[in-house]
Structures are given as C-alpha cells and as structure tokens.
Design a protein around this ligand. Structure first.
Ligand code: OGA
Ligand code: NI
Length: 349
C-alpha cells in the first residue's frame, strides 16, 4: 500500500523521466517499454469514428429542472459519459489553466523530477504512465497530479496561475455538485443524497500531456480504464484521441470547443447500484500532434465506505456491489487492477 509522504530518497537516475524527456533527447523510435503487445493495441475495425456523445446544456437546468434531470439520468445510464455546455466557466479561465499547465511540463526535467513519485496521495505528483514499476508496458503520456483539499500551498504552479488554479477547481467543484444533486434526484432520492455519501469530498486535478508518438499504432496514450472516484470533469484541446467503450466497440469522441467531457466513475456506479455506468475509456496518440487534457476528479473522502444506497435495494433490485473503503479501492486501482473496468471487481456475483 503506498504511503502518504513523497519518497525523498528515490534514485532519480534510474527512474523513468517521462516521454517529454525522451523526445527532448532526440528519440526517433518508440522505446520497448512503451510498446504494447499486439493484444493490447487499438484494433482499427473496432473503432467507431467521430461520435457525438449526449450533450447536457446547463442552461436547461433553470428552465425545466425535471427534464434536465431526465436527460442527465439517461446519458449517465446509457453512456456514462457526456459533454457539458453553457457551464458558465469563463473561456479565459480555461485557457489560463492550459498555459499554466504547459509551463509545468516545460520545466527543466530536474525540476519535474523533484515531484516524481508513484505514490498516490501526495499533494503533487509528476509521473509518466500510471505506476511504471508495476507495468510491463507503459502508457505514452506524462502527468502532473495536484490534490486540492487545503494542500494547494505545496503546488508548483507558475505565480500567475496559483489563484487561477484554485478558482478553476472551485468552479469545477460547483459544477460537480450541481450535477450530483441532479443525479441524486434522477435516482428518486433527495438532492443531497450522493454528496452525503461522499463525506468530505476531495478534488484532484490531473493534467495529462500526450506528445506526438513516432509509432502511434504500437502505443496507447492511456490504457482502457474506468475512473475510481465519483465524477470526472475533463477539459481537452481539439486534438482528439479520447475513446469510450461500449461492448467491444471503442467510440472516438469528437470534442466540442470549450465544453467539458464528464464521465461517471466507479463510486457513482456503485452508489446507484449499477444504474449509472462507470464508462471505460482510453486515449490514442497521434504521430504529429501534442494533446493536453486537464482532468478534475471529484471524489469521495478517502475514509468513506461506499456501497449501494440502501433506498435503491428491494426484492426486484438486489444488491449488486460490495461496500469498500474508498482509499482501499484507489490503492487497488494503482497497484493491482491497473486497467480495465475497476467497478467489476466489486460486483457481487
Ligand atoms: C484520466 C483520463 C483522459 C484524457 O486521466 O483518467 O482518462 O483524455 N484521461 O486525458
Ligand atoms: Ni480516466
């Protein structure tokens, strides 16, 4: 189980320094560790191109709440992923975040390596792939991860971006609370029901940086996975590459400019006893374009024990999932499950 403090004694010379460091050193072919075995590569005939997932218009919340709840509930049950427009977060804030995050990835490698860790619960984490020491083949991306629950003081943002990052996270938190209230109502419950189960919720910002890949067909930017927490609110540029899985098919998502992509994560699937779907998703890489995503994870408190809401269980609707301490679920995701649909691991057979 990972500890809660950064490992200060790591021997940085033997750690992977990330994709950017490799490319800055003039790499022309993909190193073996980033090559996926054929069984893990994207298969072209199983990809459905240019898909428009459901669009949720936040402006509709004011005019007809009931209809909004129905639309959101349908998108969360049938897809588990949707785009959100008219969310009220200024474009300037989003663009400011993009600049700030790009500056972080542009820091000299020695600076970034000060934050290199595989540990999960640290205020700031710089890493490549997911858990390199546990993986036989890695993901073609680098990332920074920041915890925001009173831990922002330790974040290495450029000065102009500090306040911006906090205000971005507050806005996204507010959006997630609005969506969670509507999702609670969609289950026929009080609007604060899901939030109550989360306890003191935690916000984590993960910025993923996908550099052009010299052999994109041999690699994946991110393996297929579900997110372990509650609700994920993702902002991406227009490059594309994010795909969502339904059955055996992978749907290539077409980004809408300045919209958020929101997906249901494991804990909301479990609380709703399977009504809302934690969608599996992955990222393909491009031969010639860099892609950036800024992903806010709106998660339960680490010490929350999450299981299906008992109000939803009766003879016709039997309990489908085991209850688990949220911290234990995350730890398993990073050390044991690694990829795939994590909520399945908690299903009662
Ligand atoms: C993630 C994720 C997708 C993306 O960070 O969990 O799924 O587009 N990211 O970067
Ligand atoms: Ni994800």
């Amino acid at each position: 189980m990972p500890s809660f403090v950064a490992n200060v004694n790591q021997q940085t010379d033997v750690l992977p320094k990330g994709v950017k460091a490799l490319m800055d050193n003039g790499l022309v072919t993909i190193p073996g560790r980033y090559i996926k075995p054929p069984s893990h590569r994207a298969v072209k005939h199983l990809i459905v191109p240019g898909v428009e997932i459901p669009v949720i218009d936040m402006a509709a919340l004011e005019s007809d709440r009931e209809k909004f709840v129905q639309t959101l509930c349908k998108a969360s049950s049938e897809w588990g992923i949707f785009q959100v427009i008219n969310h009220g977060i200024p474009v300037a804030t989003m663009q400011g975040m993009v600049h700030g995050v790009l500056e972080l990835f542009d820091l000299p490698i020695e600076e970034k390596m000060k934050y290199y860790t595989e540990e999960v619960f640290v205020p700031v984490r710089y890493c490549t792939s997911m858990t390199p020491s546990q993986e036989t083949h890695m993901e073609w991306h680098d990332h920074f991860q920041h915890y925001f629950s009173n831990r922002e003081k330790e974040h290495p943002w450029p000065e102009y971006c500090r306040r911006l990052a906090s205000s971005y996270v507050s806005s996204v938190r507010h959006l997630s609370q609005t969506l969670m209230s509507a999702l609670s109502e969609g289950l026929g419950l009080d609007s604060n029901c899901l939030a109550k189960s989360f306890g003191d919720s935690e916000m984590i910002l993960r910025s993923n940086y996908y550099l052009p890949c010299p052999n994109p067909d041999l690699a994946l930017g991110m393996n297929g996975h579900t997110d372990s927490g509650g609700l994920t609110i993702l902002f991406e540029d227009q490059v594309g590459g994010l795909q969502a899985r339904k059955g055996d098919l992978w749907y290539d998502l077409k980004p809408i400019k300045n919209a958020f992509i929101v997906n249901i994560a494991d804990q909301l699937e479990i609380l709703s006893n399977g009504k809302y779907k934690s969608i599996e998703h992955r990222v393909l890489v491009q031969p010639d374009q860099t892609r950036l995503s800024i992903v806010a994870f709106c998660n339960p408190s680490r010490d929350a024990v999450i299981g299906p809401l008992l109000e939803l269980i009766d003879e016709q609707n039997p309990l489908l999932y085991k209850s688990t301490l949220y911290q234990e679920h995350i730890t398993n995701v990073y050390t044991k499950y690694l990829d795939g649909k994590h909520s399945q691991k908690l299903q009662i057979n």
